[in-house]
Design a binder for this molecule. Structure first.
Ligand SMILES: [Zn+2]
Length: 190
């Protein structure tokens, strides 16, 4: 009997930063060319209290940043494989999981390449056209419980997840554009 993954993982969809049990602190977002942004993040223990605090800080920092749909640890100066995502307020969103944080996340499968414009708080003056799969399966761990979860993500959420996983691998969207012709000066921040 084969198991078809449902579109939305209920554990991840039900998660909120309140589950972390600690208040996050808003941190300063570092900008390119900070070395931490081009370094591969370290794997973390998702049950370590330091990881839980980092998760809370990432969500708190994302919340105060207009238009921010995701933030990775290297963007707050921490070389670790942790990121948060929340695309629920974005106009291009279809189905999504709301706010969640993943540790040590990897893309386990992907399909349907699609090109779209991306921006990044760590590269505030530029945007770029990046081709990425629009349907992916990501595996990672939930901070705090350490529970291993699989997330099937589509469209804009899939893009946001890949952008954040890239940050944890020391890659920016600028490393993914087809060339200088695919980079643009940002006119408005959103
Ligand atoms: Zn970014």
């Amino acid at each position: 009997m084969s198991e078809t993954p449902t579109a939305v993982n209920p554990t991840v969809a039900a998660w909120s930063e309140a589950d972390l049990g600690v208040d996050g602190t808003v941190l300063e977002v570092v900008r390119a060319p900070a070395t931490v942004l081009s370094s591969v993040g370290a794997e973390v223990d998702p049950t370590d209290p330091a990881t839980v605090r980092l998760a809370a800080d990432l969500v708190a920092t994302m919340r105060v940043s207009p238009g921010c749909v995701g933030l990775a640890a290297p963007q707050v100066g921490v070389g670790a494989k942790v990121f948060c995502v929340d695309v629920s307020e974005h106009p291009k969103t279809r189905d999504h999981h709301g706010t969640f944080v993943l540790c040590n996340a990897v893309v386990v499968s992907s399909s349907r390449n699609e090109k779209a414009r991306e921006g990044c708080m760590s590269v505030p003056d530029l945007t770029g056209d990046v081709k990425r799969p629009s349907r992916i399966v990501v595996r990672g761990q939930v901070p705090g419980t350490g529970e291993e979860v699989e997330v099937v993500a589509n469209a804009f959420e899939a893009r946001a997840l890949q952008h954040e996983i890239d940050h944890c691998e020391g890659l920016l969207f600028l490393d993914r554009v087809a060339g200088a012709h695919a980079i643009y000066q940002r006119k408005t921040y959103l």
